[in-house]
Design a protein around this ligand. Sequence first.
Ligand code: PMP
Length: 407
Amino acid sequence: MENKFAKRTHLVESSETREILKVTERPEIISFAGGLPAPELFPVEHLQNACAAVLKEAGESALQYSTTEGFLPLRRVIFQRMSRIGINTNLKNVLVTSGSQQAIDLCGRLFIDGGDTIICLSPTYLAAINAFKTYNAKFVEVDMDDEGMIMEELEKKLIENPNTKFIYTIPDFQNPTGRTLKLERRKKMVELASQYNVLIVEDNPYGAIRFLGDEFPPVKHFDTEGRVIYISTFSKILTPGLRLGWICADEGFIEKYVAFKQAADLHTDSFAQRMTAKYLELYDLEEHIHKIKSVYKERCTVMLSCLEEFFPKRLSYSKPEGGLFIWVELPENVSAEHIFSEGLKNNVACVPGTLFFPNRTSRNALRLNYSNMSKEKIIEGIKLLGEVLHRELQKETTFLDSKLTVN
Ligand code: PMP
């Protein structure tokens, strides 16, 4: 049949990550590739009780269509969480979405005209790149250091790109680097957004998973003009399978989000919303998050000490204080894709960093996830990956040396 796809469908390649994840699902593979939470921590029994209670007390409403804005008691809890982390808001500013991924996609629908510029970190979250790409966004990448996005660079890019619609930022334990935007830079980002009249989309799925160091207020905390759209999720603090996220933004924005969400899916799963609200009524989410944090802290510490022990000394890597990821930087001439395929041959998987650069500007880094594997598997897997790296980096030196001789 002749190709009937819309022109924009060529803007997104078939998901390379999905292909990668497919391979890494083989049972013999030790996978540091996905961004999956630890499933053994999911409060299955508590959710089972919440589920039974919802069906018993409000089965008919839970299975009926409901409002686009979301289930009120759940929105109330979200609103309280927002207030607790320093976001001055009210209920009308909260919209429940089908995962925070839908919130990201809705930002594309609402704000991006073909050719508009999105400013983001270099590197940044792959599924956001793909979401914004479907609206034909142009990506301008801003460099980062250990303290997050570099503000001087951001200002330069804002001056060079007057048609920027928004800055997309993941301030806490960023995916893929695990790095956090420091306090002064959060304030500065809001100041710059105001000065150059752009919006900020603050994507914050990991902020609650801080297991070391001091908490910073979200970027939105510094927003006095309604310029920051805050997005978060229950995926990392409860379970991702329920697909519950939210947007917290000015009422004017929320009205538009509601209209566009209605067109996309009418509303987020009513049963999942009610079950989660019941879970939150019956159990202590903070206690649950505390458990998650202590397990991830241990796994992260184990992975960092294995990197120290088994990886070549000249590699550098991030030292996250929360979240799910460590970012490993390889020497300039080493291809992450090559290390990825050599790793797979040795039954260990990671994600090649190339995928996280929207303009494919860099290829020499790896993303490692520590939340989804046991301590024992982390030790075994990092040892294996270390052997691969020692071997391949040796070749790279030999290759460079021989090239020098030939020339
Ligand atoms: N934003 C970031 C930075 C993420 O890493 C993820 C998922 N890993 C999401 C958004 C989407 O999460 P969800 O749709 O499950 O809420």
